[in-house]
Design a protein around this ligand. Structure first.
Ligand SMILES: [Zn+2]
Length: 258
């Protein structure tokens, strides 16, 4: 029987808390993409055309929500993305950081404990009509920087579109699980920089504790059955207390490195 860990650890214990998450768009979203890795639709051989949300977009938003929350609790309020990570707070411990490039200039890196993969829309997309435009108009409206003639595409994702994703917590303690579950539930908006992304509703459909990552989004969307347990069946400590306790543990762990 695999259970949550008692203490936060530096070295992996090989325990994975996998949570299946349903994200529903409440508004029509117009998504602008101008980088190849920002492709927001994908044609799968078996699933057909689907809307997708790259994991780093979800991860970035989750991290911001955790940082806001811990700032509200007075924990490392000066920890900021991207170059001002403190490398010693719950947020850095969960989402990772590179010591050398942080302003903290510490000789260690932190590997992310929150892992995920691309979110995929539950239903195929009938027709995707990306609108490709020249970015020149936008440049004159903003700072005037940027490359002349850069192309971007606009894709509309209709309200009510639902996505499935799997968010995995590596080496979870009950405090870390409490923080992340609260975090996922408070995810109410996607896209920090681009206002085009709208309101979302997130719901954790269930979880599985395992010694490996054995649930995939592709499998779920394809209709594979995964045995999941109800998230409320986990007995977890209160969120604010969890941030404070994890903060203490992280600082002790980091001292032990020195
Ligand atoms: Zn930090």
């Amino acid at each position: 029987m695999i259970s949550l860990l008692k203490e936060a650890t530096i070295l992996s214990k090989g325990v994975y808390l996998q949570m299946v998450v349903n994200l529903k768009f409440l508004d029509d979203a117009i998504i602008r993409s101008n980088e190849p890795e920002e492709v927001l639709t994908f044609s799968y051989a078996k699933l057909g055309n689907r809307f997708i949300i790259p994991w780093r977009k979800v991860k970035g938003k989750l991290r911001r929500v955790v940082m806001e929350k811990q700032r509200g609790l007075g924990i490392e309020p000066n920890c900021h993305l991207k170059d001002d990570l403190c490398m010693r707070c719950p947020s850095c411990f969960l989402f990772g950081g590179t010591g050398e490039t942080s302003s903290a200039k510490v000789p260690y890196n932190i590997l992310a404990r929150v892992l995920g993969e691309t979110f995929i829309s539950k239903e195929p997309v009938g027709e995707i009509q990306p609108y490709t435009a020249n970015a020149i108009d936008e440049q004159t409206l903003s700072t005037g920087r940027g490359e002349t003639g850069a192309l971007f595409t606009l894709t509309k994702v209709p309200a009510e579109t639902e996505f499935l994703g799997v968010i995995t917590l590596k080496d979870p303690t009950s405090e870390i699980a409490s923080i992340l579950i609260d975090n996922i539930r408070r995810l109410s908006r996607l896209g920090a920089r681009s206002v085009e992304w709208g309101r979302v509703k997130s719901e954790i459909l269930g979880y599985r504790l395992s010694d490996r990552e054995d649930i995939s989004v592709y499998g779920l969307v394809s209709g594979e059955n995964s045995e999941l347990q109800k998230i409320d069946s986990l007995t977890l400590p209160e969120v604010d207390a969890s941030y404070r306790k994890l903060d203490e543990q992280v600082k002790k762990l980091i001292e032990s490195l020195g």
